[in-house]
Design a protein around this ligand. Structure first.
Ligand code: PMM
Length: 351
């Protein structure tokens, strides 16, 4: 497994200060015919011109290839499903899924999130056998190609198998509510655990979307899940929180969650944001006829959310199209670094 479980300094913003600025500069220099960003970041030789870091803290057991990055990470989505809302089964065949994953890496994704079960509203569950058959061959191939892979599953048994095959992250859209064995299983595995806010299965989640104060309730409910995870043996520093945009959240409830990411960050754990191509963006972009734009026309809006979420300190953004978001997080890193260091710069430093 590609993990660095032994980070002794684990739980604080890392100190590789050259990343963000140099990353932004490298992205600039790398236009033309060169591959975009590349799956494996080249060592950063440039000097850090200004003090400070922009990184939100990384979860402790993350592979060192990623903890070295001083910016918000990009998670590219590989749905091996026939019916996801976002890409409608385009990557259902294993070869197509692997190829798509490699393409996302080439476009600048840092992590690939591999899922075999659609979570679109109203979706029925698939059997564990089907889920396993969909994701494990693709996982083997992507891990073999050197990718950092996250397994998007709410089943402990499958999460365990995936980590044994090299997945570094377990992304659980139920935050542990879907399978009582999940927390203890991930704890034993040593993987990073993404706990998403969840109120119930896709088939009924729209009926569970009743909030007084959506920001406070989502934070409080995630804090409860973290307490359960810790009680089951999961180390706090391996947990990432996710507000679960679109999951039991009608359109209007998603914006306060994005606008107040700081409330979730105040819990003290890294935050992952999954806004990509979601319904609330489709509705935002609707034309005069009021019809939401289709998922594949929501990528520019997704990249805008990525930039804003990164500037707000999100640890990672989960997206279907990696390239624009890979650019967006670099812009946000350079922007944030410049703001943080403004006060310490002299006139001569400003170029
Ligand atoms: N959204 C989807 C699936 N998995 N996982 C996390 N952590 N956060 C999300 O917002 C999220 C997720 C929705 O389906 P998709 O795979 O088509 O985006």
């Amino acid at each position: 497994m590609h993990v660095d479980a032994g980070r002794e300094d684990g739980w604080h913003p890392h100190r590789h200060v050259s990343g963000a600025w140099a990353d932004a500069q490298r992205a600039d220099a790398g236009r033309g015919d060169e591959p975009h960003h590349g799956a494996v970041a080249a060592p950063v030789a440039a000097e850090q011109p200004y003090p400070g870091t922009v990184s939100p803290r990384h979860p402790a057991p993350l592979p060192t290839s990623l903890t070295e990055l001083d910016r918000t990470l990009v998670m590219g989505v590989v749905n091996v499903t026939p019916d996801s809302f976002s890409d409608g089964g385009r990557w259902f065949e294993p070869d197509a899924a692997v190829e798509h994953g490699l393409q996302l890496l080439a476009e600048g994704a840092d992590i690939l999130d591999l899922g075999g079960e659609s979570t679109r509203p109203g979706a029925a569950r698939v059997s564990i056998e089907d889920e396993r058959a969909r994701v494990l061959p693709v996982l083997r191939a992507l891990v073999g190609a050197g990718a950092v892979v996250s397994i998007d599953t709410s089943r402990a048994e499958l999460a365990d198998e995936a980590v044994q095959l090299g997945a570094a992250i377990v992304n659980d859209v139920t935050g542990g509510l879907g399978d009582p064995r999940m927390h203890a299983t991930v704890a034993r595995s040593g993987a990073v655990y993404v706990a998403m806010h969840w109120r119930g299965p896709s088939a009924v989640m729209d009926d569970l979307a009743r909030y007084g104060d959506v920001v406070a309730e989502v934070s409080d409910e995630l804090v409860e899940q973290v307490a359960l995870a810790e009680a089951a043996g999961l180390a706090r520093e391996s947990i990432v929180l996710d507000p679960g945009l679109g999951f039991a959240k009608p359109g209007a409830d998603n914006w306060p969650l994005l606008a107040h990411l700081d409330a979730l960050q105040a819990v003290g754990l890294p935050v992952l944001v999954g806004a990509s191509r979601k319904r609330f963006l489709g509705h935002l972009l609707a034309g005069r006829d009021g019809q939401p734009v289709p998922p594949e026309e929501r990528d520019a809006a997704t990249a805008a959310v990525s930039a804003l979420a990164a500037a707000a300190g999100a640890w990672c953004v989960r997206v279907h199209a990696a390239r624009a978001t890979a650019d967006a997080v670099r812009v946000a890193a350079a922007w944030t670094l410049a703001r943080r260091t403004d006060a310490t710069m002299t006139g001569d430093d400003r170029g």
